[in-house]
Design a protein around this ligand. Structure first.
Ligand SMILES: CC(=O)SCCNC(=O)CCNC(=O)[C@H](O)C(C)(C)COP(=O)(O)OP(=O)(O)OC[C@H]1O[C@@H](n2cnc3c(N)ncnc32)[C@H](O)[C@@H]1OP(=O)(O)O
Ligand SMILES: CC(=O)C(=O)O
Length: 529
């Protein structure tokens, strides 16, 4: 099947998204990652717009070694009253040194009249002069026909004439843009089909997501013959975003069987690429994102888990590993025995002949979820429950008692003092510690008691603490659920506690967090504990 050429515009149209601002170093890092994924064209920025984008292209020349991608610089057709060779924007494009140039030009007569305020003929001249100028300077030129679909609906002859002007001037690609993002897949398919019979130059598609159809519109265009696809990683872009390459790529490769990456193995880099761009752009990854989200292959319903244990294809449209993601089975009040068996197997527990005990534990989990626990967000607490029921598991310490007092002296901040008594390492240990609040004081006292026996405790710390009031109408007697996230710098785990008392709920989650950490340390290096 004919290859589809991907043009990633995360570094140009992606940065037009509200809230996104990348440094030059960020852009270089993302470009490297896109090249590793096997993207064919990377639109690095708009050199006429700002010094940052000029610096990106300058640094790219020495710092970026691209194996798969060509860099493209973006700009617009020449200004109406200026010759192409005198146009500052076009000079900036040449100065960027990018071997490929993307030029946006008007394809909708309404825009020519209203936005540019020039005649239809003048706009055609601007397009052809610009393309011819860039071709004379040896660039591969992509003409982005802005608002092509809206333009085609209002004045098809003029919209096609803009493409033909670019073609006559020697353009390499014409891209049909759904700039306002309001088209439907059927409309896109019909227009691409019609345009194919009017131009010989290869056609690209650039869609926006205002109707939540950017991916569908892109695929519709490819099915009608478009061979270049523009989009961004995770769909970031102006307003509601651009077509999401993270969805388009696997749909092309796996569903339409149209290769767009150098090898099928490159597809396995998809999940890590999506998460990497979130990290650099300071965005929280979207858990439910198709293909690459944490939940994209998470199975919760008991009926689903029972079936996927027999054959994953029953509830998965593709094997997760093809896109570098993983299958997960959640345990919750919607589980059946299969969920629990799956988790036990993942943990390496031998539950053979213990079906009745497993059923009892399942009922206990359902009862606890009814009380307010939520185990799917607290895998570490859930693992401890299974271990306590079925494992050869001995807690690293036993809590004998705890007490915490908060106090405030006039004019000073509230401080807290915690006293804990533990049985640990065959001894009874009594410690006192202060903190800037009750949970912090308890955490400090617990660590102080454990540290002489388990020095590795120094490496773990809490990273998040969330309290959710479960029955708001009950006022201070309402139950609260505390979720604690902890890390040792390598892995992250979450634990849960529920009580009518926020300190008790926090204590339960805190103790589980430390028990879980000590369990992991014991598994990794038995001598250390
Ligand atoms: C569909 C898209 O996403 S296109 C890309 C949009 N991205 C951006 O605009 C981000 C970067 N833009 C910028 O930094 C600035 O807008 C610049 C540097 C391009 C231009 O800045 P300014 O000269 O101050 O102009 P301003 O932004 O106010 O207005 C846009 C100008 O471009 C002109 N213009 C718009 N489209 C085109 C075109 N295809 N060809 C030629 N000129 C165009 C407008 O007519 C207007 O010109 P005027 O000021 O002479 O009336
Ligand atoms: C070119 C472009 O970004 C658009 O038309 O949306």
């Amino acid at each position: 099947m004919e290859r589809v050429w991907l043009l990633d515009t995360t570094l140009r149209d992606g940065t037009q998204a509200e809230g996104i601002s990348l440094t030059v170093t960020d852009k270089l890092r993302i470009a490297k990652k896109l090249d590793d994924l096997g993207i064919a064209y990377i639109e690095g920025g708009f050199p006429a717009a700002n010094p940052k984008d000029q610096e990106f292209f300058r640094r790219a020349r020495t710092e970026l070694v691209l194996r798969h991608a060509k860099l493209a610089a973006f700009g617009s057709t020449r200004r109406p009253s200026v010759r192409a060779e005198d146009d500052e924007g076009l000079r900036a494009l040449l100065a960027s040194g990018a071997p490929v140039v993307t030029i946006v030009g008007k394809a909708w007569d309404f825009h020519v009249h209203e936005a540019l305020r020039v005649s239809l003929e003048q706009n055609l001249d601007m397009i052809s002069d610009t393309v011819a100028f860039l071709k004379r300077h040896g660039r591969e030129v992509i003409f982005d026909a802005e608002h092509f679909f809206d333009g085609y609906r209002h004045n098809p002859e003029y919209a096609v004439a803009t493409l033909q002007a670019a073609e006559a001037a020697g353009v390499d690609w014409v891209t049909l843009c759904d700039t306002n993002g309001g088209s439907l897949p059927g409309q896109v398919a019909e227009v691409v089909r019609a345009v194919r019979s009017r131009v010989k130059v290869p056609i690209g598609i650039h869609t926006h997501n205002d109707g939540d159809l950017a991916v569908a519109n892109t695929l519709a265009a490819v099915e009608e013959g478009a061979t270049m696809v523009h989009g961004t990683i995770n769909g970031i872009g102006e307003r509601c975003g651009n077509a999401n390459l993270i969805s388009i790529i696997p749909n092309l490769e796996l569903k339409l069987r149209r290769p767009c990456l150098p090898t099928p193995d490159h597809l396995r880099l998809l999940t890590e690429t999506a998460r990497y761009v979130c990290e650099i752009a300071n965005l929280v990854p979207h858990s439910y994102q198709p293909f690459v989200g944490h939940s994209a292959f998470a199975h919760k319903g008991g009926i689903h888990v029972s079936a996927i244990s027999r054959n994953p294809e029953t509830y998965e449209h593709i094997p997760p590993e093809l896109v570098g993601n993983t299958r997960r089975v959640l345990v919750s009040e919607l589980s059946g025995l299969s969920n629990l068996l799956h988790r036990a197997q993942e943990m390496g527990l031998d539950t053979s002949g213990k079906t009745e005990e497993m059923r009892e534990l399942l009922q206990e989990i359902k009862r606890m979820e009814y009380e307010g626990y939520q185990f799917e967000g607290a895998e570490a607490s859930q693992e401890l429950l299974l271990l306590r029921a079925f494992g050869d598991y001995k807690e690293a310490f036993e809590v004998l008692s705890m007490r915490v007092v908060a106090s405030q002296h006039s004019g000073s901040d509230i401080t807290a003092e915690a006293i804990v008594k533990l049985a640990v390492g065959g001894q009874t240990v009594h410690t006192v510690a202060e903190g800037n609040g009750p949970v912090n004081a308890l955490d400090n006292a617990l660590r102080k008691a454990i540290q002489p026996f388990y020095p590795a405790i120094e490496t773990m710390h809490l990273t998040d603490y969330k309290v959710r009031v479960l029955d708001e109408k009950e006022g201070t007697a309402a139950k609260v659920r505390v979720l604690i996230e902890s890390t040792d710098g390598h892995q992250v785990w979450r634990t849960v506690g529920v009580s009518e008392n926020v300190i008790e709920a926090s204590w339960e989650a805190l103790v589980d967090s430390i028990q879980y950490f000590l369990l992991c340390v014991a598994k990794a290096q038995p001598a250390a504990v």
